[in-house]
Design a protein around this ligand. Structure first.
Ligand code: HEM
Ligand code: HEM
Ligand code: HEM
Length: 447
């Protein structure tokens, strides 16, 4: 059976793409940059961790247990590119461990005065944007300083923590961090809602210095999702369509070859895309507050359409079936409708992901699209050239036939039968169309 080797390249792709995930899942420990490490050492911090988003890093001293409270110091730093802006670091005692319910130290940089730092409680009203986030004293922390470090180029805040051992588990501490680009006095204004800002929470073990790695895994899987979708939906499916369009009968006939290539390309493309799609759904479920409507609707539509197309492998009506004509129209229509949806969604995905190397992603997809476009254009031009050549040839043969008929008639030989006429043309080499099938092929439009 021709399809028996499908899983080999397919499993190979999955193994390559997914292997770093397993490596990441075992890594747990993300070293700080050398410069930030130096900074934490100079502040007598014993642990240091690179956080997955916003270019942030943190260091802390070993927690000491005093009167049922864990006492330690934290240094949190990140770049602040705007002239005005803020950096926040907080802890959250709730099981969800995200923004709402967190107690945070926020350092504000304002060109009208020196950088300053205060403590805040972030609640639902902040999420719903029902009023300013004002500073208030919290039991858990005190913000000591907010300053700039020339060596790292970061702004960093220093805070002392005093966490009740009944509310906080230092081996599984939920931390959040954030950066914003505007503030009004000591009131920070809303931060952006990019994926980088949404992923800024983690669970860390203050004793061992390890973290859950959830955000690192999500960031990595988003890239896997993008690459698998670009290869599956955005490359293999269009290649399969090109094969069905140009290598079936006209301009290039490959007997059954086109069919095996079409089915192979579409099956591997569908499977690769479906895994990428599944990863997308998992990612969306793990950030349920963040809604990506256009990408979601297009993603679901593409998956449903492609599944219907792939069902052809099992449920395609036979060549002589009355329903075959309708199936052909439906399969053509749905197949072509899929292509623009796929490319719109790929560009939409890149827009959401906002990767640091956004231009490389865009360039890669534009490169694939251009290559597919150029190949299609060349094959389409060749199809029309061949079609026009056949038309001209048909016209020439028609003229010869008419001339012969009138000559024979003038010479009184009007009784010549069709079969003899056909062989006469073939003998003088001017016509290959004595076969009914080939004659039909000459008549076939490239559409
Ligand atoms: C200044 C006022 C703030 C406003 C108006 C605000 C608003 C929001 C909103 C609307 C979201 C949901 C975005 C979405 O899902 O599309 C969000 C998420 C988030 N915010 Fe804030 N925020 C503020 C301050 C902070 C602070 C100070 C921190 C850090 C301590 C923070 C950390 C986060 C994190 C980690 C998320 C993503 C996780 C989650 O959904 O809870 N935010 N914020
Ligand atoms: C894997 C299962 C599939 C099978 C068995 C299959 C089978 C076929 C067959 C038999 C034809 C020729 C129809 C005719 O006689 O006119 C065809 C054409 C076509 N297929 Fe598929 N197909 C499959 C998957 C797909 C998928 C997933 C797409 C989605 C892009 C697709 C898009 C097309 C298109 C656009 C054409 C028409 C090409 C043209 O002639 O212009 N096929 N397919
Ligand atoms: C045609 C190809 C694609 C399909 C069918 C697709 C499908 C999906 C689906 C169904 C989701 C879940 C959305 C939700 O339920 O809210 C998703 C999420 C996402 N996709 Fe795609 N996608 C495609 C291409 C891409 C590309 C090329 C990228 C980036 C380069 C990308 C980046 C993302 C991101 C960042 C998310 C959000 C994940 C999260 O919420 O954490 N997608 N995609």
């Amino acid at each position: 059976m021709q399809y028996s080797c499908y899983p080999i390249p397919f499993l190979f792709v999955i193994a390559i793409v997914l292997s770093p995930t397993t490596a990441l899942a075992h890594q747990h420990y993300h070293r700080c940059t050398a410069k930030f490490y130096e900074l934490t050492k100079s502040k007598n911090m014993s642990r240091c961790l690179r956080l997955p988003t916003l270019g942030a890093e943190m260091g802390w001293s070993a927690p000491l247990l005093k009167n049922c409270h864990h006492v330690f110091q934290v240094v949190f730093g990140a770049p602040l590119r705007e002239e005005k802006g803020w950096l926040a670091w907080g802890v959250n005692p709730t099981p969800e461990g995200r923004m709402v319910g967190s107690r945070a130290a926020i350092g504000i940089r304002d060109p009208s005065g020196p950088p300053h730092c205060k403590t805040y409680r972030v609640g639902y009203e902040t999420r719903r944007e029902c009023g300013p986030l004002r500073p208030r004293d919290v039991e858990e922390m005190k913000c000591l300083r907010f300053e700039h470090d020339n060596r790292t180029g970061y702004y960093y805040l220093t805070a002392t923590l005093n966490l009740s051992s009944t509310d906080y588990n230092v081996s599984k501490l939920n931390i959040v961090w954030q950066s914003g680009f505007d503030a009004d006095g000591d009131v920070p204004k809303k931060h952006a809602s990019n994926l980088k800002n949404i992923d800024s929470f983690e669970t860390i073990d203050l004793v061992s210095g390890q973290c859950s790695d959830m955000a690192f895994i999500k960031i990595y899987l988003r890239q896997v999702h993008g690459i698998m979708n670009i290869i599956g939906w955005g490359t293999l499916l269009p290649v399969g369509v090109i094969i069905a369009r140009f290598f079936r009968e006209f301009p290039i006939e490959t007997e059954y070859g086109w069919y095996y290539f079409h089915v192979s390309c579409q099956s591997i493309g569908f499977s690769t895309g479906a895994i990428g799609w599944g990863i997308g759904i998992w990612l969306a479920h793990s950030s349920p507050h963040h809604i990506l409507l256009t990408h979601h609707v297009l993603g679901i539509t593409i998956f449903v359409f492609a599944t219907l197309q792939t069902l052809a492998i099992r449920f395609k009506p036979g060549k002589t079936d009355d329903f075959r004509k309708v199936w052909n129209i439906y399969h053509h229509f749905l197949g072509y409708a899929l292509l623009p949806l796929i490319f719109i969604n790929i560009f939409e995905g890149i827009k959401i992901l906002k990767p640091d190397n956004k231009n490389t992603w865009k360039l890669a997809v534009t490169g694939i699209l251009t290559a597919l476009g150029v190949i299609t254009f060349i094959l389409e031009a060749y199809t029309w050239k061949k079609f026009i050549d056949y038309k001209n040839q048909d016209k020439k043969e028609g003229d010869i036939r008419r001339k012969c008929e009138s000559t024979n008639y003038d010479q009184g030989g009007g009784s010549i039968n069709k079969h003899q006429h056909g062989s006469e043309i073939n003998q003088d080499g001017s016509g290959e169309d004595s076969s009914e099938e080939q004659h039909q092929q000459h008549q076939r439009s490239p559409q």
